[in-house]
Ligand binder design. Structure first.
Ligand code: ADP
Ligand code: MG
Length: 454
């Protein structure tokens, strides 16, 4: 026998890591499990949900459960909580019969919720810090005047797991709170591509246009995916985009890179994207990482010592999603071993991450990443050439090496073309100072750290 509730929690946490927030909320969060000697039953409350899970997620769920509860059989069963069990047809004809809609499970309701927003992504749950201050402020401002030409479209960009989707949805949720009549739609660029593909199969472009043109607020996540798509998507999007902008409807997009750097994106779209406002979210610095961990612990009603929050924040540097994952691991480690959360537990829970971390970053890695980033040759990085185009990346690489590895100053100097340890100190000071005044350089430095921590 396994502790079924603990198994359920652990399974949910793993699903949360594998699938996006939207999917997690729609399909997994409300799942129930039961145990019957040697079998585990995953319970859903209608056929529609059962079919969907079976076709899309069942292999993952069984795989996870088999690891957590070896030697158990695993079944997916429908257990009626409701009088009626809506079939697909009933659900899709939902708007014809108001009464029936009250019978439907929250999962189905959730599905049909037209905005597709996740209510837990709001401004209250979004921790503020240096790395997202500006984006946060702009986001909040937009909720006051959605559609104003000064910030339309809004383009939010930055690396993975830094809170772009969270911020975008926070804006949507707030605009909805301010006016529940606003027609809002959040979607991932891939869903848009699918809409366009479906429309092209059914000759349904008019319908598609009508739907999107009717919105007051369009939130399109991970727009870089549209760039890679060769079908009619970009053309359709351009049309919708212009139409909404002309009528003062707000558009918000997120992207993993600055719009001018998106490969294969139609020029007309690039120039359209530039017409509004762009804002970047950067990787959180230590202080903010600590604040985020403490907030997440609070939300889970977990008592977390500053010391432990600090330990996690110091060791997980790449992004917020991984920070959350690390915190969850620590929480489970404590739960399953029946001990209170402390540094020892955190070390155990994160031992693979910590070991990876130590292995991951070598001086070679840093030299290679910096050379790639600045598009210079390794021989130039290590040479005695003093032109800025080589000297600056060299200083950055040395400062990164001091920050990210345990090597001593003399050995760093030696590895950078046989330099003296005082050259390394000088490089580190120069970069520290520059980062305070030169935003662009600071941004690049943070980006390099994120790349190296991958
Ligand atoms: P992105 O879209 O940039 O890849 P997400 O918005 O999906 O990142 O964020 C990843 C996870 O980290 C989400 O669970 C989100 O709630 C959380 N997160 C990111 N930034 C913050 C923040 N500043 N405060 C609280 N949670 C955050
Ligand atoms: Mg995202």
């Amino acid at each position: 026998m396994v502790d079924i509730q603990a198994t359920k929690l652990q399974c949910l946490s793993l699903l949360k890591e594998r699938f996006n927030e939207q999917e997690y909320h729609t399909w997994f969060k409300g799942l129930d499990v039961k145990q019957n000697s040697k079998s585990i039953q995953v319970i859903v409350d209608n056929r529609l949900v059962q079919d969907y899970i079976k076709n899309n997620y069942w292999s993952t769920i069984t795989q996870i459960l088999q690891e957590l509860a070896p030697n158990h059989t695993i079944e997916l069963v429908v257990e009626k909580k409701l009088e009626t069990n809506p079939t697909t047809e009933e659900v899709s004809s939902h708007h014809h019969s108001k009464n029936k809609s009250q019978d439907k499970s929250s999962v189905v309701n959730n599905l049909q919720q037209a905005t597709k927003l996740n209510p837990s992504y709001n401004f209250e749950t979004l921790v503020q810090g240096n790395s997202n201050q500006l984006a946060y402020a702009i986001g909040l401002h937009i909720t006051q005047k959605p559609g104003h030409k000064n910030h339309n479209p809004l383009f939010i960009y930055g690396g993975v797991g830094l809170g772009k989707t969270h911020l975008m949805q926070a804006i949507g949720n707030q605009i909805y709170l301010n006016n529940s009549n606003s027609k809002i739609r959040y979607l991932h660029a891939n869903d848009y591509i699918q809409d366009v593909v479906k429309a092209s199969m059914r000759q349904g472009f008019d319908e598609l246009k009508r739907y999107y043109n009717n919105l007051d607020l369009l939130l399109m996540d991970d727009i870089q995916f549209i760039a890679g798509d060769k079908t009619k998507t970009q053309e359709e999007f351009f049309y919708t985009f212009n139409n909404l902008l002309e009528r003062g409807k707000q558009i918000i997009m997120t992207c993993d890179t600055y719009h001018k750097n998106i490969n294969n994106l139609n020029e007309r779209l690039v120039s359209r994207f530039s017409s509004g406002l762009s804002v970047e979210i950067q990787p959180p610095e230590l202080e903010m990482r600590v604040a985020i961990i403490k907030r997440k612990a609070e939300q889970n009603q977990i008592n977390l010592d500053d010391e432990v929050a600090f330990f996690i924040a110091q060791n997980i540097k790449s992004n917020v999603r991984e920070l959350e994952g690390a915190l969850n691991k620590v929480i489970y480690q404590a739960k399953f071993s029946g001990r209170p959360i402390n540094i020892a537990i955190a070390k155990e829970a994160l031992h693979d991450v910590l070991a990876l971390d130590n292995r991951a970053i070598s001086m070679d890695d840093i030299q290679k990443v910096v050379c790639d980033f600045y598009k210079i040759k390794l021989s130039d990085l290590l040479s005695s050439k003093r032109n800025q185009e080589f000297a600056r990346p060299r200083q950055i690489a040395m400062a990164l090496t001091k920050e990210l590895t345990q090597h001593s100053l003399p050995s760093i100097g030696a590895y950078f073309g046989g330099r003296n340890h005082s050259t390394v100190i000088h490089a580190q000071k120069t970069i520290d100072n520059l980062r305070k005044f030169d935003q662009e350089l600071n941004r690049k430095y943070n980006l390099l750290i994120q790349m190296l921590n991958k």
